[in-house]
Design a protein. Structure first.
Length: 307
């Protein structure tokens, strides 16, 4: 299992230099990939384009870009440009977001989400692969052709939890990016669903990227209470609630990797055994020392501890 960092916690106090430095550190410590959410007023793909010039090996992935507010042609242009800037290390993760944000923040109608994604891919896939598309869908359409800044398309992944999205992700993409999903859900729901869809479509085995908070601490009960409060919303959103019910837990804090170095390492091993191909950590701590402890465990796992 490849080990990476989810740096989305830095978006709370966005500083471009700090984000690029975090990516550079992850590469220097042997971590395989670095992920950023697309949220607020920080553009994840632009951050990666900037970081591309000062890194050389680490993969850079969006987790994830919501599809509703960005036309697939515009996203294709940005993703291809970032792919060129990073020398072919971009992973374009996209997702539907949630009815709450679509209707509450963007003031759009949440309707026919599966049709929405199928049409989005109908435009996006062809533009990423060939620079041209002729697709007229019910929700998204584009007809046109332009020169591409790179001949190598970025890898494309979908946020997928439910059966229908797992089928689409397996058949149409390189894998799925997950948040707040534990080992039981990986083993029972995610890995079988997406793997079967990929096999049925004649595609290679998909990547399954699991992301959770990681907190190495001698005060696990306090840490778990903070994570529970911070991530309360994910226990309420229907798509995540369904996954937590499969896991048999109340909320995301119950599946986060919190405790000693040994306990966190055991948690990583369980996630690997459940079928995740990648784990990307939101490293947390009460202080810098605890955050360093988390990084140390992750770097150890990345360099052989949990292969």
């Amino acid at each position: 299992m490849r080990i990476g960092i989810n740096g989305s916690g830095l978006l709370a106090k966005p500083d471009l230099g700090a984000m690029v430095a975090d990516i550079q550190r992850a590469e220097s410590e042997g971590l395989a990939n670095y992920w950023l959410a697309q949220t607020g007023l920080v553009d994840a793909l632009t951050v990666f384009a900037v970081a591309g010039g000062s890194t050389s090996s680490i993969d850079l992935g969006t987790a994830v870009v919501p599809t509703w507010p960005r036309h697939p042609q515009a996203l294709a242009a940005q993703a291809l440009t970032t792919q060129a800037a990073t020398g072919g290390r971009t992973i374009l993760g996209i997702g539907l977001a949630h009815q709450m944000s679509v209707e509450g923040s963007w003031k759009m109608k949440w309707e026919r989400p599966i049709r929405h994604m199928l049409d989005y891919l109908g435009v996006l896939e062809e533009l990423l692969a060939t620079g041209k598309a002729s697709y007229e869908g019910e929700v998204w359409s584009f007809v046109g052709e332009s020169p591409m800044p790179t001949d190598t398309p970025p890898r494309l992944m979908l946020a997928a939890l439910g059966d229908q999205m797992l089928k689409i992700a397996g058949a149409r993409s390189d894998g799925t990016i997950l948040w707040c999903v534990g080992p039981k859900t990986l083993e029972r729901q995610i890995v079988p669903g997406i793997s079967q869809a990929a096999a049925d479509a004649g595609r290679p085995a998909p990547s399954v990227v699991c992301s959770l908070p990681v907190w190495v601490t001698d005060r696990p009960d306090e840490a778990r209470a903070i994570v529970a409060k911070t991530l309360t919303i994910y226990g309420q959103l229907p798509s995540y609630r369904a996954m937590l019910d499969i896991e048999g837990v109340d909320g995301p804090a119950d599946i986060s990797l919190i405790g000693s170095e040994e306990q966190v390492s055991e948690g990583l091993a369980q996630i690997a055994a459940a079928g995740a191909t990648d784990f990307t950590a939101v490293a947390q701590g009460f202080d810098d020392d605890e955050r360093e402890r988390a990084w140390s465990v992750l770097a150890s796992a990345a360099n052989g501890g949990n292969d």
